[in-house]
Design a protein around this ligand. Structure first.
Ligand code: NAD
Ligand code: IPM
Ligand code: MN
Length: 357
């Protein structure tokens, strides 16, 4: 039987709630199909570990991760630890160093699920956001001088390399090419930011020459927010910088229904390192422990993970079951329903049993 080693990192807040349900669903799915097996190892990386040991992940954490085929991550962040510490010690400490440079964030409005947009038809929102995940605004460069004086200066430097921009651009063009509409929108802010953003525009035009079958256009990020809300059908695949796509992916999820549905794959397209799959949302302190967190984002991540490791049939069955259940009005309160996290997972398993027989 095909076996894959999966690291689960539930993390903080609602992370464990959505990851545990997802693992239960994955175990049922593999039992039903009987053609492959995911071998899970839970890693206790997160704020509880930090409070005990002073570290979010052990010193050899990245080497540990490299022994797995993939990772399933929940969320990190706690009310009593500054976010820039928790995130830079765990999540951002994996994405950059493992060179998970392509962050793929698909968003759809499921049939019958209320969208934030008026008059939106089923399927009008069907986007893949591709986020540069290793450099740009998140490169970690910057500093503070003259602290404690009115002359304090703080810099937050964005670094864009030709190699870094070109590889994400090629990756995005490939995704656009693989989808029926073959349409890519490149998001920048090259009117105000005249170095890195102009490099993005130039690289887009260069790479486009190798993809004559893909139709592409450019948008400034501010105008892009309007286009997403006003003309959702005019968009398909979207590529942009680390920060721009961080912001646009929350907007995309909300427009499609809820931040609770948006999945995110941190991919190493070279497949040297394991890719890590995580919901777009965070640890959601306001609903932690209430049993109402929407597990759709994490289940969708699980489907993306199955597809990435090669189990495409299982991936499709899982995503279809999630979509069908939501479309029947069986969903968590953020989507207007009244089921809890665990009940939702059980409904998905029942739907899978019905389809697979
Ligand atoms: P958040 O995504 O945690 O929550 C924003 C809002 O969306 C909250 O009202 C929350 O209840 C709701 N929400 C989020 N996920 C939901 C779900 N699955 N089901 C239903 N409702 C959901 O964002 P935030 O409040 O800005 O951040 C909280 C903490 O999480 C911070 O520490 C932040 O740094 C961290 N964070 C971590 C990640 C990550 O680990 N990938 C991502 C974003 C934020
Ligand atoms: C996300 C999150 C992270 C990001 C934060 C928590 C560092 O918002 O994955 O979208 O900005 O990448
Ligand atoms: Mn975000």
């Amino acid at each position: 039987i095909r076996t894959y080693k999966i690291a689960s990192i539930p993390g903080d807040g609602i992370g464990p709630e959505v990851v545990n349900v997802t693992i239960d669903v994955l175990k049922s799915l593999q039992d039903i199909l009987g053609t492959y097996k995911l071998d899970f190892t839970e890693l206790d990386w997160g704020t509880a570990r930090y409070k005990k040991t002073g570290k979010y992940m052990p010193a050899d954490g990245l080497d540990t991760l490299k022994t797995f085929d993939a990772g399933l991550f929940g969320a990190v962040g706690a009310p009593d630890v500054p976010d820039h510490i928790s995130l830079w010690e765990l999540l951002l400490a994996m994405r950059g160093p493992l060179q998970l440079y392509a962050n793929v964030r698909p968003v759809k409005n499921f049939p019958n699920v209320p969208s934030l947009l008026k008059d939106v038809q089923d399927g009008d929102i069907d986007w893949v956001l591709v986020r540069e995940n290793s450099e740009g605004e998140y490169c970690g460069q910057g500093g503070r001088t003259h602290r404690g004086t009115p002359w304090e200066i703080a810099t937050e430097v964005s670094v864009f390399t030709h190699v870094g921009v070109e590889r994400i651009m090629r990756f995005a063009f490939e995704i656009a090419r693989s989808r029926p509409r073959k349409l890519l929108t490149v998001v920048t802010k090259s009117n105000a930011m005249r170095h890195g953003m102009v490099l993005w525009d130039e690289v887009a035009a260069e790479v486009a020459k190798d993809f004559p079958d893909v139709k592409w256009d450019k948008m400034l990020v501010d105008a892009m927010t309007v286009r997403m809300a006003a003309k959702p059908k005019s968009l398909d695949t979207i590529v942009g910088t680390n920060l721009h796509m961080d912001i646009l992916s929350d907007l995309a999820a909300a427009l499609a229904g809820s931040i609770g549905i948006a999945a995110s794959s941190n991919l190493d397209p070279t497949r040297k390192n394991p890719s890590i799959f995580e919901p777009v949302h965070g640890s959601a302190f306001d609903i932690t422990g209430k049993g109402v967190a929407n597990p759709v984002a994490t289940l969708w991540c699980a489907s993306e993970m199955l597809a990435w490791i090669g189990e495409k049939e299982a991936a499709a069955i899982l995503l279809q079951a999630v979509e069908d259940i939501c479309s029947q009005g069986i969903c968590t309160p953020d989507l207007g329903g009244n089921v809890g996290t665990i009940e939702f997972g059980q409904a998905v398993v029942q739907a899978i049993e019905k389809t697979v027989g």
